[in-house]
Ligand binder design. Structure first.
Ligand code: 6PG
Length: 250
């Protein structure tokens, strides 16, 4: 079941997301002395990352390991790079061990090779046997106005990838490759946390909640955990009107 948490605005979303992040990091480190998180990209997570960097004392940085849910097919110093965004807003400001930051090597010109390399990184880190899936303690996800999440775009080939862990996904409308964790990996996470802010996401969020909408058209519907938590942390601008009225009545 999905849990939907509604907050008033972007700054409250960042605070609430930071609290959730800290809770899960503390619980994971307490139970297995490590916290393994896959970061999302785009712009929404910048607020959370800055919030975490501003309060570094609350997190067990030495036992934290950072992966990415997806990456643009660009070098790590490129302004479009999700790693670059996380480095600037968080990783360069906190005492995380460099060897614990396992970015997608998207500088490699062949996107398929990038996906294969990252898949090997996952298999090695998680000591996976053939057919096993990595289990992230926390998987951050965003929602595009078109209903995409990670780099699983509507109608794109990677939506149907069920055997690979990482895919090089050709995105027609971007005329570019993206590298993305596949649906089975995201669904295997202990907790999938969507961070969604802004009225431009309202229609996509409504569609994702609609049981009759198509997952091919709104891929964020695909990534509900099989055996974990799904939390939608959204601000009021994202809320469908009928839900906004009821939430006001509460
Ligand atoms: C990316 C992201 C992508 C993102 C959504 C929302 O590489 O862009 O991983 O899935 O989360 O596009 O992006 P915004 O937060 O910028 O709206």
């Amino acid at each position: 079941m999905a849990e939907i948490k509604v907050v008033s605005d972007f700054s409250e979303l960042n605070r609430a997301a930071a609290t959730l992040f800290q809770q899960r990091a503390g619980a994971a480190v307490q139970s297995k002395d490590s916290f393994v998180v896959a970061l999302s990209g785009g712009s929404t997570p910048k607020g959370l990352f800055s919030q975490l960097a501003s309060n570094p004392e609350n997190l067990p940085w030495r036992q934290m390991y950072f992966f990415w849910g997806d990456e643009r097919h660009v070098p790590p110093d490129h302004p479009e790079s999700n790693y670059h965004m996380a480095y600037e807003t968080l990783l360069s400001r906190v005492p995380v061990a460099p060897e614990n930051v396992l970015r997608i090597p998207a500088e490699h010109p062949d996107a398929t090779r990038v996906a294969e390399q990252y898949e090997q990184t996952l298999k090695k880190f998680f000591h996976l046997r053939p057919g096993q899936l990595p289990r992230f303690d926390l998987m951050l996800q965003g929602l595009g106005p078109d209903g995409h999440t990670a780099s699983l775009f509507p109608g794109s080939p990677a939506l149907h990838e069920r055997s690979r862990l990482v895919a090089a996904n050709w995105v027609e409308k971007l005329n570019a490759y993206r590298i993305t964790l596949t649906v089975p990996v995201i669904k295997h996470a202990a907790c999938v946390l969507f961070l969604v802010s802004g009225k431009e996401k309202k229609q996509a969020f409504e569609a994702v909640l609609d049981p009759d909408s198509s997952a091919d058209q709104f891929p964020a519907k695909l990534v509900c955990p099989m055996n974990g938590e799904l939390i939608w942390l959204v601000d009021r601008e994202v809320m469908p009107d009928q839900m906004r009225v009821s939430s006001r009545e509460n």
